[in-house]
Design a protein around this ligand. Sequence first.
Ligand code: GLV
Ligand code: GLV
Length: 321
Amino acid sequence: MFIYLTRAVPEVAIDLLANALPDARIEVNPHDRNLNRAELIEAAAGCDALVCTLADPIDATLIEDLGPQLKVIATYAVGYNNIDLQAAKNRGIAVCNTPGVLTDATAEIAVGLLLACARRMTEGDNLTRQGLFTGWAPLLHRGHGVYGKTVGIVGAGRIGKRVAATMKHGFGCRILYHSREDHVDWENELEAEKVELGELLSRSDFVSLHCPLTPDTRHLLDADMLKLMKPTAVLVNTARGPVVDEQALVQALREKRIAAAGLDVYENEPALAPGLSELENAVLLPHIGSATMETRDEMGRMCARAVIAVLTGQEPAHRVV
Ligand code: GLV
Ligand code: GLV
């Protein structure tokens, strides 16, 4: 049996695989970078199991080129927009992800970005390092307060709910949410109000995105939608870059039509839209929502367990298709 991992993952995952499948050949991409298509096929062709990341486009052609032995694709992520699920399903390949274990970590980053934007923390850090802090002053570096404000959450999954709960219970915020389904738990536990996206954008002081990337959510926040936001509002995206029209966002930030944006994800990762990195009112992180020691270990264990389950003829715990 041959198991290929497209990136190095925490050692716990390799240990689990090696212990459960002692005869398997386990190979890990030795480079500190993502492989291109040709490299990936060359390295992984003939594998029984592929452990991939959100940075690998796993399309129908790639699935075919990996060969007919492939039985399971375990993605080291909760989001699976990079995988052609139908192509996998057609070939009877199980696709597994890592839901749940990155909820806390990602919610922390979303709340952190929200606070960093509201209080202009990275700008303040730069100013201080550059020696421009010349003494306390009443008008120095004012931002916007967070307590008691209105937070709009787009997407009512686990991460969105954790952010909503933190903002409600920790900061006394009013919660609006936008989702295709009704979520009575949001109303009951968070006194949240379900509204249309346009209303959410026009009423919220902070908008945080937590929907998956699908054909429906691509450019959900386009130039017209961004125009509905308040000039004092902050946009936080820890979901997927293409949910926002990044060029339109750069324009809105440049013209101060919204106050700030905190981004952990980008439309064409790892590239940034032209002009984004020059904006003082953007806080930019390198897609680290799930990047805690604890979570990354647990994601590794979940991928390993998925591979072990499928290769030993069991039903994996978290199967997408
Ligand atoms: C991270 O972005 C994930 O989907 O796990
Ligand atoms: C992810 O786990 C989500 O449901 O938001």
